[in-house]
Write a protein that binds this ligand. Structure first.
Ligand SMILES: Cc1cc2nc3c(=O)[nH]c(=O)nc-3n(C[C@H](O)[C@H](O)[C@H](O)COP(=O)(O)OP(=O)(O)OC[C@H]3O[C@@H](n4cnc5c(N)ncnc54)[C@H](O)[C@@H]3O)c2cc1C
Length: 419
């Protein structure tokens, strides 16, 4: 931002400005009010929609099980009633840290006293021609989900949909498309699905599930020579030339920090914060997908992309600003739905932990990651009950008799929550 322009509005000097009207930004604004902050709060969001829930975009919305309008967290009136100014279609393009002003895309400037960066991340792209990109789909935003949904509904389904990336979003989209009758090919560079986040046994079970549901899954594979055709794309997969109806690119995300370029806190890998979500600039906080908290129970120095992390970080930030009591300690947790598999995870996957498997039969599997007598992580397919136990054990740092955990003749609850 050129020069150090004065704020456009006088009152802006006593206000909190939140950049990013997503899960973390909207939660933080409401938490600030709940915790008694009486000053002015403005949320600036570059999308044209009210803050909305992203998880259904790759699942229920694609399959028409949920109308996209129902992903909106709260009606506009709730923000107005709380005295929160919510500006949509408003992109922040720069910052002057010394003057504590933001540059907005309409050319105006806005001052802040406290700035909260909640800009999330965007889908990572690939070096592809414009023609191929026109036939490619990303699933990060409302508009992107609707574009893919239109394609899935329109058909024809005579050629496969190719999903590049066997991570959570790619696999959820693949499952949704299969359930809508599409032939699907999943191309994953790694040797296993969701490799960075789940135990190899979970990768294996999910691979079997996707194949059993009729998807073709190619591991250890890079897609090559991708070019546009009259009605889709052609690409080479393991030496085979494939004509596809379209590409879904699910190869991870990049943080939205461009507007901070030139500032002392800028990073294209995520904004580092302390335990209170405060960056090295004491007037700037970062929350949600864009943040890397250096001091977080079981997830220090890790950039997490999850609903729980967005909500928890937002509450911690609001508590720090208002001087309120911190929310109860929570380990990171995450879920994904693929076909009839509901996979829930608490703590972070690490091969350093000792993993104990409990095959509960009837398609339900629980993996428990222990370090000595402490449960540090759990990954559960189709057992909400086991997951509730795991969350409690990890959050409360309960000591357990690890050797007993594989005994499936006893419920996990009775082995873990003995006292
Ligand atoms: C398809 C999909 C499925 C998911 N499924 C799950 C799941 O099953 N379970 C789970 O736990 N998590 C899931 N997640 C992750 C979860 O939705 C995110 O972790 C969460 O939305 C992060 O919240 P956030 O507020 O940090 O970012 P976001 O919700 O992405 O919000 C950031 C907002 O900031 C805006 N913005 C960016 N730059 C600017 C700027 N310069 N000026 C103004 N506004 C800006 C963005 O456009 C966006 O609206 C999923 C995510 C996606 C995309």
């Amino acid at each position: 931002m050129p020069g150090s322009a004065l704020p456009d509005h006088e009152e802006t000097m006593s206000k909190i400005v939140i950049v990013g009207a997503g899960q973390a930004g909207s939660q933080c604004a409401l938490s600030l009010r709940q915790m008694g902050f009486e000053g002015s709060i403005t949320i600036l969001g570059d999308e044209s929609h009210l803050p909305y829930d992203r998880p259904p975009l790759s699942k229920a919305v694609l399959k028409s099980e949920l109308e996209i309008e129902r992903t909106v967290f709260r009606p506009a009136a709730v923000y107005a009633d709380q005295g929160i100014e919510l500006r949509t279609d408003c992109s922040v393009s720069g910052i002057d840290q010394a003057a504590k002003t933001l540059a907005l895309s309409d050319g105006s400037h806005m001052g802040y006293e406290t700035l909260i960066v909640a800009t999330g991340a965007r889908a990572r792209s690939m070096p592809l021609s414009d023609a191929v990109l026109e036939r490619s789909y990303f699933v990060r935003s409302w508009d992107e989900s609707l574009a893919l949904k239109a394609k899935l509904e329109a058909g024809p389904k005579d050629k496969p949909l190719v999903v590049i990336g066997g991570g959570f979003i790619g696999l959820e989209v693949a499952a949704s498309a299969r359930l809508m009758g599409w032939p699907v090919i999943i191309v994953e560079a790694d040797q296993r699905l969701m490799g960075r986040a789940v135990h190899p046994r979970i990768s294996e079970l999910c691979l079997e599930k996707h194949r059993a549901e009729g998807a073709r899954v190619e591991l250890n594979t890079m897609s090559g020579d991708i070019e546009a055709t009259a009605d889709g794309v052609a690409l080479t997969v393991n030496g085979e030339r494939i004509e596809a109806a379209g590409l879904v690119i699910g190869i991870g995300a990049l943080v939205n920090t461009d507007f901070l370029e030139g500032s002392s806190i800028y990073s294209d890998r995520g904004l580092v914060t302390d335990a209170a979500q405060r960056t090295s600039d004491p007037d700037i906080y970062a929350i949600g997908d864009v943040a890397i908290c250096e001091d977080r129970y079981l997830a220090s120095g890790v950039r997490l992309e999850s609903v729980q992390n967005a909500i928890y970080g937002a509450k911690i930030c609001a508590a720090a600003i208002t001087g309120s009591a911190e929310p109860r300690l929570e380990a990171p947790w995450f879920w994904t739905d693929q076909y009839d598999y509901s996979l829930q995870m608490v703590g972070l996957y690490s091969p350093e932990l000792t993993w104990i498997e409990r095959d509960n039969g009837q398609g339900s599997v629980t993996l428990i990651g222990v370090d000595g007598d402490q449960i540090k992580a759990g990954q559960v397919i189709n057992s909400a009950q086991d997951f509730a136990v795991m969350r409690r054990a990890v959050d409360m740092q309960l000591a357990v008799d690890a050797a007993s955990l594989s005994d499936t003749s006893q419920k996990l609850k009775s082995l873990v929550l003995k006292k």
